[in-house]
Design a protein around this ligand. Structure first.
Ligand code: FE2
Length: 377
């Protein structure tokens, strides 16, 4: 592994021209936001939070906001054809549109990034209601994906101006212990990874903290390369994947084919109790990649002593990896739409700051079995 630095060591904040406080929310453009919101609530344990649509004066869309601890998802659908949202869904299927980042000053974030070469998606906008002010701005990143900068200091409303509180007294699914966004991964095209690494370095002030080449991430058939970008304070991490040549089609290439270009591949959601979380998600119908049970035969020799019993890990198919700082437990869902595109990762960190390199081979073989079943290998 070509490790550029050993860990996600935070940089001095005073050199950071774009201090990010974390992920504010992830917005998905979907074909039917009402049903998608129900899926995230019933399957993943999110709670209803806010709604915007014709009833709140928003005429072109319906947006449902759901939340679980510090994880906030927005499901948005256009109400008519022939607009940017409808075109996005026609081209990509359901997928991530906005990776929104919390900032202290959305105007400055927009100015600092656009002057360094970012293409503006939204000039700074001031949204105000009786609960206070939210300022938002945005820039384009890979594919049709954008980053919004959200400044909500002093806003006391339920979500932001334009949204009303939304809940259903008869449907309050219990949460699944999902806490916050750990990282969001982007898939980019052939020979595009370094371009986007430079973008995050130069435009957003991120650092490349880990790199994996195709020898790290290859199986008999398919391969990919990956570089992990981290914000200056380490609160936001965006790994960038690029397909690599293998005997057969890379999983990243399959994504690019079916998504119709570059986009968000997975969102990793943190938990403090992965056994409980995954058992709960499985009981609600969430489907996960399955590694062979032989994965567990030499697990403890590979990762050393861990706090968890092996039996539930094996039963649930949870993966373990260790780095210099500790270990992590993780598991990946199958794609959550019919196109083999976006999926989710469930991750519990016990000291480890890396991304599960030791699991790549077993995982990618599991993905290849899925690709083969789809006829895409
Ligand atoms: Fe990940």
């Amino acid at each position: 592994m070509k490790t550029m630095t050993d860990s996600a060591t935070p940089l001095a904040v005073d050199t950071d021209f774009l201090p990010l406080e974390g992920t504010d929310y992830v917005e998905f453009y979907v074909g039917n936001a009402k049903q998608a919101a129900h899926y995230y609530m019933s399957a993943f344990g999110f709670q209803a939070l806010a709604y915007a649509g014709p009833e709140t004066g928003i005429k072109d869309r319906a947006s449902y906001v759901v939340r679980q601890h510090k994880l906030t998802f927005m499901l948005t659908t256009p109400l008519r054809s022939n607009n940017e949202m409808a075109d996005h869904i026609y081209k990509h299927g359901d997928g991530v549109k906005c990776l929104s980042l919390r900032v202290q000053d959305a105007t400055k974030a927009w100015e600092e990034t656009t002057k360094r070469g970012a293409t503006s998606y939204m000039k700074p906008q001031r949204l105000e209601d009786k609960n206070g002010v939210v300022v938002m701005s945005g820039i384009h990143t890979y594919g049709d994906t954008v980053h919004l900068f959200i400044e909500r200091k002093g806003y006391n409303g339920v979500f932001m101006p334009g949204y009303k509180a939304w809940s259903n007294p008869f449907f309050k699914p219990t949460d699944c212990g999902l806490l916050y966004v750990d990282h969001c991964v982007g898939n980019v095209g052939w020979n595009q990874m370094n371009k986007w690494v430079s973008f995050y370095e130069e435009v957003l002030g991120f650092k490349n903290i880990l790199s994996f080449d195709d020898e790290d991430i290859s199986t008999e058939y398919s391969a990919l390369m990956s570089k992990v970008m981290s914000s200056g304070n380490g609160f936001v991490k965006f790994p960038i994947n690029e397909p690599a040549e293998g005997k057969k089609k890379s999983q990243v290439e399959e994504y690019l084919d079916f998504y119709g270009g570059e986009g968000c591949q997975h969102v990793a959601m943190a938990t403090n109790d992965i056994v409980k979380t995954v058992a709960e998600l499985k009981s609600r119908g969430v489907e996960f990649l399955q590694v062979p049970t032989t994965y567990y035969d030499d697990l403890l020799e590979r990762v050393g002593t861990i706090d968890e019993d092996l039996t539930p890990l094996k039963e649930l198919g949870i993966l373990v990896d260790r780095d210099n700082e500790g270990y992590l437990l993780q598991l990946f869902t199958k794609p959550v739409e019919d196109r083999p595109t976006l999926f989710f990762e469930i991750i519990q960190r016990k000291g480890a700051t890396s991304f599960g390199k030791g699991n790549f081979k077993a995982l990618f073989e599991a993905i290849e079995r899925e690709q083969e079943a789809r006829g895409n290998l």
